[in-house]
Design a protein around this ligand. Structure first.
Ligand SMILES: C[S@@+](CC[C@H](N)C(=O)[O-])C[C@H]1O[C@@H](n2cnc3c(N)ncnc32)[C@H](O)[C@@H]1O
Length: 157
């Protein structure tokens, strides 16, 4: 039986360390399984993909990978961790969002705030929101979430 104790190994290489999702497998264990049970070019399915350890490792090993999860946060993390980005894409997204958010936040301080901006700057309601978040901070977070969502859902902002 091989030694499958990876406690002393680096488990954070590639994008594996992007999020500390609960109950992650060591990628080396996934690698071991994929090595024996799949070939390069095949499709690997993980129906409870969590934060995407199997998807990332499968892609690193030249397999295609498909994952599902009931938890929307897990799906988002897995998608981010297992998607290939083009050079400069993150910087470009940051620049676009930063510029628009800065403009919106400055406009919030003016006397005339459009109804569209007011809607963008309204955070979702939840218990104790105003206790945990300063009003200006929640408005800025709502704007960032809006810009981020519209960008990643394919709607240009
Ligand atoms: C232990 S985690 C998987 C971790 C993953 N193997 C990794 O290493 O990153 C188990 C996942 O199963 C998901 N899950 C539980 N029940 C499910 C269901 N009925 N359908 C889809 N996903 C489910 C949970 O949301 C959780 O993210």
């Amino acid at each position: 039986m091989p030694d499958l104790d990876f406690a002393a190994h680096n488990t954070l290489y590639a994008t594996h360390g992007l999020h500390a999702y609960a109950a992650k497998c060591p990628p080396q264990l996934v690698n071991y399984g994929l090595h024996y049970y799949s070939k390069p070019g095949e499709i690997v399915l993980d129906p409870m993909t969590g934060s995407g350890t199997t998807l990332v490792e499968a892609k690193l090993m030249g397999r295609h990978a498909v994952g599902y999860d009931i938890d929307p946060l897990a799906r988002l993390i897995a998608q981010v961790k297992s998607s290939k980005l083009q050079d400069g894409w993150v910087e470009q997204a940051y620049e676009t969002i930063y510029k628009k958010a800065t403009k919106d936040i400055a406009a919030l301080k003016s006397r005339k705030v459009s109804s569209a901006l007011r809607a963008r700057a309204t955070p979702p309601d939840f218990d104790n929101r105003n206790y945990w978040f300063d009003k200006q901070v929640s408005a800025a977070l709502a704007i960032l979430a809006h810009l981020n969502f519209t960008r990643f859902s394919g709607h240009e902002v």
